[in-house]
Design a protein around this ligand. Structure first.
Ligand code: FPP
Length: 241
């Protein structure tokens, strides 16, 4: 890599839509589950690399609310991959001082997946180098509706509601908004991911299919981010001052 990552200008939070597992498998004449299986290797490499680079929060879109409408066999394959990956990789999370957490309607996951996740969350809760957040049975609209229902249930006066209070009702309440959102596989969509939180995120799209995504791809995305000017609605001059 010709350019070096500036460690003083790292995104604190990177979110990734891991897309292209199915196409990767189909291009090799294999079933889609084979793509997901190889997607786990990309997850491991990316998680380790992010922690080593100094990223504090990494959110991976592992299973969307809409993914429940996939064929039962594919859902089962994804759930058992999740269980075995968590089971196998909790040690790696401990060795790398990484805390695991989730966002989404995780109550709707199979009980085995819930159990495995809860154990790993409990075991890694004291880790401090990076937080790995798995979005499972997650969608941005679900989250915003959920927050609204809870605000009403808590009897919060509508006059009092502002961005800070609303944000306290989101599943990401203790996590800063992602500065960088990466999507693989050449698709240019948000697909219901972190709709509230990406208001000012930089978007990075790559043609790489998720199972082929590696540390160098993450580094490339971070370098690309570091070459952008973030203005948050202000002028260039205001930012320079
Ligand atoms: C998108 O590819 C990928 C998913 C829906 C699942 C991602 C899951 C994993 C990588 C494995 C389990 C995760 C963890 C965190 C251990 P796609 O199937 O939509 O691909 P396509 O667009 O080519 O069909």
């Amino acid at each position: 890599m010709s350019q070096i990552i500036d460690t003083n200008n790292l995104p604190k939070h990177i979110a990734i839509t891991m897309d292209g597992n199915g196409r990767w498998a189909e291009s090799k004449g294999k079933i889609r589950a084979f793509g997901h299986k190889n997607g786990v290797k990309a997850v491991r490499d990316t998680v380790e690399a992010a922690a080593e680079i100094g990223i504090k929060f990494l959110t991976l879109y592992a299973f969307s609310t809409e993914n429940w409408s996939r064929p039962k066999s594919e859902i089962n394959a994804l759930m058992s991959l999740l269980v075995s990956a968590i089971n196998k990789e909790t040690k790696t999370l401990m060795n790398n001082n990484i805390k695991l957490s989730t966002i989404g309607a995780t109550d709707s996951l199979p009980s085995k997946a819930k159990k495995e996740l809860n154990e790993a969350i409990e075991e890694t809760k004291g880790n401090t180098r990076m937080t790995l957040i798995l979005a499972l049975s997650y969608s941005g609209r679900w989250e915003i509706l959920n927050a609204t229902k809870n605000l009403i249930a808590d009897g919060i006066n509508h006059e009092k509601i502002n961005e800070q209070i609303f944000q306290q009702y989101l599943t990401t309440k203790s996590v800063p908004d992602p500065e960088l959102l990466i999507r693989t596989s050449g698709e240019y969509r948000i697909s219901n991911f972190l709709l509230w939180q990406i208001a000012y995120s930089e978007l990075y799209f790559t043609n790489r299919l998720w199972p082929d995504f590696r540390r160098q791809d993450l580094e490339k995305a971070i370098l690309n981010y570091q070459n952008r000017e973030r203005r948050f609605g202000k002028t260039k001059k205001q930012i320079q001052n």
